[in-house]
Design a protein around this ligand. Structure first.
Ligand code: PLP
Length: 362
């Protein structure tokens, strides 16, 4: 039928929960009797204000975000945060320390060097980003304005299994690819951001959660859109926000609440990833390069050791309705991104396929 769906293992944009897509479909032409689509609605209307307010309130609920944090809905993807973080948070010493655990952290670091004295506190690059360095207070400069980490490394498939102790130094985390897959203690961070197109919504919105006392320090030459304070003062409505994407994010938040919140989805995620890693550990046909304790629940990377065989795997999986299993262009191999909306059946089907592929190609 026209509603037949594939299992999409893409690292983003990725799958959305079917009940969310169905609700959006049902409301698409006439939202709650307004006679218009949310796509067509004025962002200054009372109806839209209700949509964005509810999205924020539900997100605050889901992550138990303390009152002294602002929630911002911004554009520009995760990439713009590579710039906005240093432009806003290098507020005293103009020093920041970065832990480099993959390409996205490295890109953020390189961008930040344009704005201040940026130092690499630790990096696993020489070991092909196969693990997450363990860092504590002594690894950071005492007067650093912030410490930066990428919490889940989408390309390599690794994840921080601890929150670095930075003392009084604000900790900044890119949570783009693990957002809402696990409970996090927001109060341990100065700023958390996440691009939407993995666990939250279609592409087009980036969520920033920032502690209020860190706002208002951007240089006066900072472009108005790039100052967090601009958006914080205006409830993310300084200019036209990505209205429809925020609405979709709101539907995802409502859906997550309806199934029991972040804790409930995390249990499902642990089971899904656990099955896949158990299978990978049980065979020598596929290899995964990440230290077991640092493995990501969202992005599972592996290789057969033969690039041609990897390509064959990706092509044959596609024929069976499992798409986008190709590893990131910078590393190759195979990557199964299994975000919140990937049904457990999708992972079961992948494992079944992996077994058959192994039997035929061993
Ligand atoms: N940070 C992480 C962890 C990512 O996985 C990505 C993209 O996949 C980005 C940042 C860049 O995001 P965007 O494409 O939204 O700029």
């Amino acid at each position: 039928s026209k509603y037949d769906r594939v299992y999409n293992f893409s690292a983003g944009p990725s799958m959305l929960p079917v009940p969310v897509l169905e609700k959006a479909r049902d409301e698409l032409l006439n939202y709650h009797g307004t006679g218009e689509s949310v796509m067509e609605m004025s962002h200054r209307s009372a109806e839209y204000q209700e949509i964005i307010d509810r999205a924020e309130a539900d997100l605050r609920d889901l992550l138990k975000i303390p009152d002294n944090y602002k929630v911002l809905f911004l554009q520009g993807g995760g990439t713009l945060q590579f710039s906005m973080v240093p432009m806003n948070l290098l507020r005293k010493s103009k020093k920041a320390d970065y832990i480099i655990t993959g390409n996205w952290a490295k890109k953020a670091y390189e961008e930040a060097t344009k704005f201040g004295d940026i130092r690499i506190a630790a990096t696993s690059e020489p070991d092909h980003y196969s693990y997450i360095p363990k860092c504590g207070r002594d690894d950071f400069r005492e007067d650093a304005d912030y410490v930066y980490i990428c919490y889940n490394n989408t390309i390599y498939g690794s994840h921080f299994n601890y929150i670095p102790d930075t003392g009084d130094i604000p900790l900044v985390a890119d949570m783009s690819s693990s957002f809402l897959s696990e409970e996090v203690d927001v109060s341990k961070f100065g700023l958390i951001y996440a691009g939407a197109q993995k666990n939250v919504a279609p592409a087009g919105v980036t969520i920033v959660i920032v502690r209020e006392d860190l706002l208002g320090f951007a240089d006066e030459k900072t472009p108005i859109y790039l100052d967090y304070a601009t958006h914080a003062k205006k409830g993310s409505m300084y200019n036209t926000p990505p209205c429809f994407t925020i609405y979709m994010a709101g539907l995802v938040f409502q859906y997550l609440k309806s199934i029991g919140g972040v804790k409930a989805i995390h249990e499902i995620d642990v089971k899904k990833a656990g099955k896949l890693y158990d299978y990978l550990d049980s065979t020598d046909f596929y290899r995964t390069g990440i230290e077991p304790e640092d493995r990501s629940l969202m992005n599972v990377t592996f290789v057969t050791g033969n690039p041609e065989l990897d390509a064959k795997f990706v092509a044959e999986a596609k024929e069976q309705g499992m798409i986008n299993l190709k590893g990131h262009r910078s590393v190759g191999g195979i990557r199964a991104s299994i975000f919140n909306a990937m049904p457990p059946e999708g992972v079961d089907k992948l494992i079944e396929f992996m077994k058959q592929f192994e039997a035929k190609n061993r």
